[in-house]
Design a protein around this ligand. Structure first.
Ligand code: PHE
Length: 444
């Protein structure tokens, strides 16, 4: 059997993992859900969710990947091998891996369509936005009602993703992340400086960091918890897969903290770029999913150097989306490579085409499941149910089925910190997740 690939360096792994985490979730979703839920108090709950749910699951996933060196299905099988706790139940653990692979297929199918929107807007930015508010907002309406354009961009995006994954771990994923992530951070800082000089920052800062608890409700808390998963790419095996390419000399805890920090920092920074522009033009922060594709272009048309700013902005969004999309395909491909003995080439092409075809359904809003478009349906099923459920299984398997001694040896934490961590993983994280899931299925 051929040797399993590894990351060429620590920084390569960190950038790839951060690349997966930082995506449309940070720059498109986080600002708009913060806007909808009234700002500061929501941000606070989100930060607590990252700490109590996101970080423990990130550590668990990277641990499972690194110690088994396998794809999610194989990894869950391996990691519970020596478990003497409820042995029969332990045998079911690969289900968590299968669920992850399925989530990967479903998420990438619609994620690629939305990532395609960013390409369309990048293209429009080169032409420049002009005209009345209706005309500019019409761009998104036109795109959304013209499947052929959405399919075109979806096709281009999936081809790029497939080409990167064909090249493998070091020459594909790692290289792409090493190029795109620094550019992304550079663009974000440039836009941030632009925002500061153009006013509205004070108001944006207050909006994001002054907690008004009267605006907080159960729905906001569930949304914040669910988003913690999506934004950190948890609950479907990305971090298991990326962890499986790690060499021995890296600290799981430190890299998990770093990746979570980068992801959170970039989401907050995106808010600090977007809200000042919104506020300085006297617009509403709560306009929802169209904040990026309707509200911002209207503003880009008005401000000085608007076209450069909009090119930079949509390029940022495109890089963020692409590094996340490749991680989704990698999880799916590596399962077939490891467990079904397919070659990387065969796996990438067959699965890439399958996911592409499934994605076409999300690009045709007229096709509905129940009352929702396929895109909304898949977004809801995966983010609200599958990821939290996958995360719950992961943390339970990690905290109850793996001997604590092995975990402690690997994590190298002091006794007090280690046992506090175990308590969080055994009690706090699962309780919060079960509460979210019961809420979602309408039980509470
Ligand atoms: N974390 C990505 C984002 O914020 C989305 C993602 C979810 C990627 C799950 C991989 C797995 O957009």
């Amino acid at each position: 059997m051929s040797q399993r690939e590894v990351w060429s360096s620590k920084i390569g792994f960190i950038l790839a993992a951060a690349g997966s985490a930082v995506g449309l979730g940070n720059i498109w979703k986080f600002p708009y859900i913060t806007g909808v839920h009234g700002g500061g108090a929501f941000v606070l709950v989100y930060l607590i969710a990252i700490l109590l749910v996101g970080l423990p699951i990130m550590i668990a996933e990277i641990y499972i990947g690194k110690t088994t060196q396998k794809n999610p299905v194989g990894a869950f099988k391996d990691v519970t091998k020596n478990s003497n706790f409820l042995t029969k139940l332990a045998k079911l653990s690969p289900i968590a891996g299968f669920l992850g692979v399925l989530s990967g297929i479903l998420i990438l199918s619609f994620y690629s369509v939305v990532a395609g929107w960013t390409l369309h807007f990048l293209f429009l930015s080169f032409k420049g936005f002009s005209g009345s508010k209706e005309v500019i907002e019409g761009h998104f309406n036109h795109l959304y009602s013209t499947p052929s354009i959405m399919i075109l961009w979806h096709t281009i995006l999936m081809i790029i993703v497939v080409l990167i994954i064909l090249k493998g771990v070091q020459k594909g994923i790692e290289k792409a992340s090493k190029i795109m992530m620094p550019l992304l951070i550079f663009i974000l800082f440039t836009l941030m400086i632009y925002s500061i000089f153009n006013g509205g920052s004070g108001e944006a800062f207050r909006f994001m960091f002054y907690p008004d608890f009267s605006k907080l409700n159960a729905e906001a808390i569930i949304q914040a918890l669910g988003h913690a998963f999506f934004t950190l790419s948890l609950g479907m095996g990305v971090m298991i897969t990326y962890g499986s390419y790690l060499k021995n000399d890296i600290s799981i805890v430190k890299s998990s903290v770093l990746v979570s920090f980068i992801d959170t920092f970039i989401a907050l920074l995106a808010g600090m770029v977007i809200f000042p522009i919104v506020f300085s033009s006297g617009l509403e922060a709560s306009s929802g999913p169209s904040l990026i594709f309707k509200t911002l272009p209207t503003l880009f048309a008005k401000i000085t150097s608007g076209s450069i700013i909009s090119i930079m902005f949509f390029l940022l969004l495109f890089f963020a989306a692409l590094t996340s999309a490749i991680s989704l395909l990698e999880v799916v491909v590596v399962y077939f490579v490891d467990e079904r003995k397919w070659s990387r080439k065969k796996g990438t092409i067959i699965l890439g085409v399958t996911i592409y075809l499934l994605g076409v359904l999300s690009a045709i809003p007229k096709i509905t499941i129940g009352k929702e478009s396929v895109l909304d349906f898949l977004d809801n099923v995966t983010t609200k149910y599958m990821l939290p459920f996958g995360g719950l299984l992961t943390i339970l398997i990690f905290a109850y089925f793996i001997p604590l001694k092995s975990i402690r040896e690997e994590l190298k934490l002091s006794k007090f910190i280690f046992y506090s961590f175990v308590w969080i993983c055994r009690v706090v994280t699962p309780t919060l997740l079960i509460w979210v899931i019961l809420n979602k299925i309408g039980f509470i």
